[in-house]
Design a protein. Structure first.
Length: 179
């Protein structure tokens, strides 16, 4: 399921009524929304480690097997916004600042955690939910990989088994498309 998003207009966020330069759950939620509106989301592929991004950074891929929501304290929580934030921050830090993947990932993970907490969701519950799927996704056979998936994170992690499986799948897909 692929969703196309219109380019977002650059507008000032509405004020939360307080000093917007201070730590604010409301302002963080607005910022996450602004990022989400600028990204194209695609949930039709197998993506190791839950999510990834295209080489140009315009598309975020979330593994097709991950549920879009989970239940926390009786409330259904959409996880896409948090994963999009993580991947967008990570990609920006890699491209704009030239950070290594491990450093960019740590900062993106902290941003994701802050966004989860801003929505008054337990980070522990959310992380436990995600960890279940990291294992399951890592164990599955990769049959559908987007051809424009940025593989730098997998190279930087030195995960040769996953990288090889991904490259083989991408090679087969390219050959299939040429026929």
């Amino acid at each position: 399921m692929s969703r196309k998003r219109k380019p977002a207009k650059r507008s000032r966020p509405r004020s939360t009524g307080r000093n917007d330069t201070l730590v604010s759950a409301d302002m963080l939620t607005h910022a996450v929304g602004a990022i989400t509106r600028r990204i194209r989301l695609d949930r039709t592929y197998d993506i190791p480690y839950l999510a990834g991004y295209s080489r140009n950074g315009r598309t975020i891929y979330i593994d097709r097997h991950i549920p879009q929501t989970f239940v926390s304290r009786g409330k259904r929580i959409n996880v896409d916004h948090f994963l999009i934030l993580h991947e967008a921050v990570e990609k920006a830090l890699l491209v704009r600042l030239g950070l290594v993947y491990q450093h960019a990932h740590q900062i993106a993970l902290r941003a994701e955690e802050a966004a989860v907490r801003a929505k008054r969701v337990s980070w522990r519950e959310y992380d436990r939910f995600m960890q279940r799927f990291i294992k399951e996704v890592g164990d599955e056979r990769l049959t559908r990989i987007p051809l424009d998936l940025d593989i730098k994170p997998y190279r930087d992690e030195h995960d040769t088994q996953v990288l090889t499986a991904m490259q083989n799948t991408m090679r087969r897909e390219r050959a299939r498309r040429r026929r």
